[in-house]
Write a new protein. Structure first.
Length: 146
């Protein structure tokens, strides 16, 4: 996808595999950037209502263009996570991409919004992010770990 940093194919495949979008009804790609995770999920589960959330208008425009390019139905939502989460239908899958170093806060808001039995995935490629994500997950309810 053009216009910004994207997750490499192998990384996307791994994240989407962990996310398990098949059978989900509501999916959020929070901190969407170019929209790769939301688009992949929408293509795998076309019956889901997929929201790509980003605080930047340009990112939302890019997600919309990329979704059209790949034939995916994705709704873009411009807002600052997690304060914007209350304006969206509750999800049963959340992928937290960009988080501007506020993973605790964004994770907490997503965890609170997540429907029972839902899944929360945090792609973490850097060791620092892995440690932070593991700490955040360790303090979450067991049914939401993934």
């Amino acid at each position: 996808m053009e216009g910004g940093p994207i997750a490499k194919g192998e990384v996307r495949a791994g994240v989407v595999s962990k996310a398990q979008p098949r059978g989900r009804k509501g999916i959020w790609d929070s901190g969407a950037g170019t929209g790769t995770y939301g688009i992949e999920c929408a293509l795998i589960e076309p019956c889901a209502r997929v929201f790509s959330i980003d605080k930047n208008a340009e990112a939302c425009d890019l997600v919309a263009a990329n979704a059209r390019r790949f034939g995916a139905v994705v709704e873009t939502f411009q807002g600052e996570a997690p304060s914007c989460y209350g304006d969206l239908p509750k999800p049963d899958l959340v992928i937290i991409g960009g988080n501007d170093g506020r993973l605790d806060e964004i994770f907490g808001g997503a965890h609170e919004a997540l429907l029972p039995g839902g899944r929360l995935v945090v792609p973490a490629l850097l060791e620092e992010h892995k440690r932070k994500a593991n700490t955040v997950f360790a303090h979450s309810a067991p049914q939401h770990r993934g």
